[in-house]
Ligand binder design. Sequence first.
Ligand code: SR1
Ligand code: MG
Length: 406
Amino acid sequence: MADFSNYFLMKEEDVIEYAKLKVPQKNWDESTMTCKEIGDGNLNYVFKVQDAKGHSVIVKQAGVSLRISEDMHIDPDRNRVESEILILQGKLAPGYVPEIYCYDTVMSTCCMQDCSDHAIMRTAMLEHKTYPKFADQISTFMAQVLMGTTDAVMDHQEKKALQKSFINPQLCDITEALVYTEPYNDELGRNNVFAPNEEFVKKNLYENDPLKLEVAKLKMDFMTNAQSLIHGDLHTGSIFINEDTTMVFDPEFCFYGPMGYDIGNVIANIIFAWCNGDVTDDQAFCDWTESVIVDVVNMTMAKLGAYYDKHVTDTMCKTPGYKEYYLKSILADTSGVTGLELIRRTVGMANVKDLTTIADEKKRARAEQICITAAIDFIMNRADKKCGKCFLNTLKDAVKKVDAQE
Ligand code: SR1
Ligand code: MG
């Protein structure tokens, strides 16, 4: 039997032994323990271990190559980064992330709270479920974690220590390529463009120099604006949800970057959910997603401002007018990133099921054109998107524009 003192990629039977050893506090009923690999992400292996007495744990292991592509290799130390940030986020926003029971830098594995009384939000979105508390909960999480890790609030030396510990060059490299570069030129031939939209993508993205100029500005901002400790991949596949609670997981892309990156990811992925609902004319679901778009923007900005007022420590940041300047730039970044995420999940290497599962070719092509059209507006006119309604109007205007071209 393995003693887990040297790294190897675990199989289900190994994970049972691992859980017995590493999570003894569960008082396992050993004879009834089972394990199932439940991961469907692009990078890691995720197992659920349980027994007949109701004990359970999630065991997540980082492989040396990625599930989405065997040619892509990333240091499995990302598992440590992920565990440490979950612990920190749990302190800043208690109850909004799974509890980490332990993590192990030899096996690049962590053991965490089983959240299977929740759904993965993307799966729930594909079933057109609605969650009235979501906007309030995700905005609280973002405000507390994002503003709570800024230079405006934190001791500057402690902030720099965090920035150093969460420097994450390999994962950032993926984002810089897949979000900020390849969707605009397909330089590595890895884009997945839906065949009926090839011409549309060529004209609106690959040949759109004014757009590329704005994306270049956003890319350099992503790489240099160490504003807060961001999740770095806050899409609906990184959120557990049920009627009562919202829990954020999978923060392995975290690093010190612009907080609009997280907020924009949430908005874009709700727009994908809207597109999926729109295809089947599910009015109740679309109405809810529309309210989420408006509320997430407005509530997040209001809570960031309130957190700032209560916790700001930097003397110069207390100067009248600075907070408003700061929040304005966050909102513009949020709009820009909403556009970037809409584009990269539509035409890039990692697509979203909200679009790819639309079976009707014409409806899928239309949905993708809506995303790209809205995205261009979100990026090009990002300084003008000053409230939640403006974000929703950008989507509605894109629908009108695409439908008028048909
Ligand atoms: C190579 S990994 C592809 C994507 O999956 C992750 O969830 C990130 O979004 C990344 O860009
Ligand atoms: Mg992920």
